[in-house]
Design a protein around this ligand. Structure first.
Ligand code: AP5
Length: 210
């Protein structure tokens, strides 16, 4: 199964991808997570993109396409994968097509901008294993520490209020057009992402298993 998770920043792509990864045993590939790891490690790539990601803008198409090409060539992607955060522009979607990859389903998680702002303001990320929490909807059983690995929870630098607004603008200007792109290929499925994590998973599983 080859799946793309589409949706605004904070729509729940990462949360749902993690659940689907466990349910179906296929890897999740998050370009955002790969880029954040590169920044953390202080690599050449990380230093190049740090300011861009923290401003809420998109990293250039060439860089992310190269990241995806390398990652999809790995053995664990042979039986399918979940793309979380890629493609984000029509040029990236074209590049994926040109790689000869045939996507089965594109899930667009639909959430209003006002809800997105509330969600991202309450998001916390584990500084160790990168698990995601929310102060209201998904608190850690260990308070300010990760319930899985015990490392402290942090706020992502791009979850500052001004950056959230910028990321939403970028989504509407550059990424939302992908809904028409995949609608045209008859593989787009919209699901409501405003009804809690479990309800959203139920809707996605119904799409994937029908
Ligand atoms: P990326 O890491 O992909 O960020 P994003 O798309 O902005 O998405 P988020 O991770 O913020 O949100 P999400 O939809 O995964 O929501 P989550 O599940 O965490 O990218 C970051 C940056 O990297 C980009 O801005 C760009 O600079 C760069 N980048 C990455 N890919 C790129 C590409 N292809 N091209 C160019 N640049 C690229 O949930 C959010 C919160 O809500 C959590 O706290 C969660 O617990 C909670 N929550 C989730 N679902 C629900 C629900 N149903 N009800 C209530 N709460 C919920």
């Amino acid at each position: 199964m080859k799946i793309i998770m589409l949706g605004a920043p904070g729509a729940g792509k990462g949360t749902q991808a993690e659940i689907l990864n466990k349910k179906y045993g296929i890897p999740t590939i998050s370009t955002g997570a790969i880029i954040r790891e590169a920044i953390k490690s202080g690599s050449e790539l990380g230093n190049k993109v740090k300011a861009i990601i923290e401003s809420g803008n998109l990293v250039s198409d060439d860089i992310v396409i190269e990241i995806i090409k390398k990652r999809l060539a790995e053995k664990d992607c042979e039986n399918g994968f979940i793309l979380d955060g890629f493609p984000r522009t029509v040029a990236q979607a074209d590049a994926l097509y040109d790689m000869g990859i045939s996507i089965d389903k594109v899930i667009s998680i639909e959430v209003d901008d006002d809800d997105i702002i509330k969600r991202l303001s309450g998001r916390r990320e584990c500084s160790g294993c990168r698990s995601t929490y929310h102060v209201d909807s998904k608190p850690s059983a260990k308070g300010d520490d990760c319930e899985k690995c015990g490392a402290p929870l942090t706020i992502r630098p791009d979850d500052e209020p001004e950056t959230i607004k910028k990321r939403l603008d970028v989504y509407h200007e550059q990424t939302e057009a992908l809904k028409d792109y995949y609608e045209g290929k008859k593989i787009l499925h919209k699901v409501c992402g405003s009804n809690g994590i479990e309800a959203t998973t139920k809707s996605i599983v119904a799409v994937l298993e029908n």
